[in-house]
Ligand binder design. Sequence first.
Ligand code: NDP
Length: 227
Amino acid sequence: MDKQTIVVTGANRGIGLELCRQLAAGGAEVIATARDPESADELGKLAPARIEALDVADPESVAAFAGALGDTAVDVLINNAGIGGPGAGIANLDFDEVARTLEVNSLGPLRVTQALLPHLRRGRRRTVVHISSNMGSITNNDRGGYYGYRASKTALNSLNRTLAHELGCLGFTCVVLHPGWVRTGMGGDGAPLTPEESVRGLVKIVAGLTAEHNGRFFDHTGVQLPW
Ligand code: NDP
């Protein structure tokens, strides 16, 4: 990838960390964010262009991050940060946990996108990538479970589609990507994909995004997923 400025949220571990590694290796100027940059040791070793503090669920933190960017032009925003949410069935569902999952996974990305709109408008690519999940596909929900997580990613997909409509005429491309089932803190040890494998696919897709992809939903291999 040529010299593009790319923001990655939730970059201290998992898929976000690997995104930073591969994007930087490809020549991008990576602005990596973490809730606690001080303890982001692995990310520090990568030495991205910048590491900034960002909690996507905290409006003050989001505003402070946007302020810290000043008049920086951002080509691509990758809203990657996310949480798994409660796994309980309906009888034992903790609604505070469900609400928290929606706050982080659905509203968080929208909040970051809103705050970075001026930076994205200065950029050459005007691209917003949401790391969603196949678990947000209603069509592919063939086993239930994970009320909060599924709903949060379905909402994210919907929010992305609405963003795509509003911002498409300004030259924006807004997509949702499913990374596959990946061996991370969230995906667990039984997942078939390594972060390297998943992110290799994601980076290829991000590099090739154009206006024709606006509003669409792909997995890490480039296959379009059903809503
Ligand atoms: P991890 O649990 O390994 O990493 C999650 C990242 O999100 C961490 O950096 C974490 O930071 C950050 N994060 C959590 N809450 C917040 C917050 N409020 N503000 C900012 N950052 C936050 O997960 P993955 O790397 O596996 O997941 C990355 C994305 O991929 C998520 O959106 C997830 O839903 C999606 N995904 C993952 C799949 C998988 O199989 N792994 C499958 C499908 C989708 P901290 O260390 O501070 O907690």
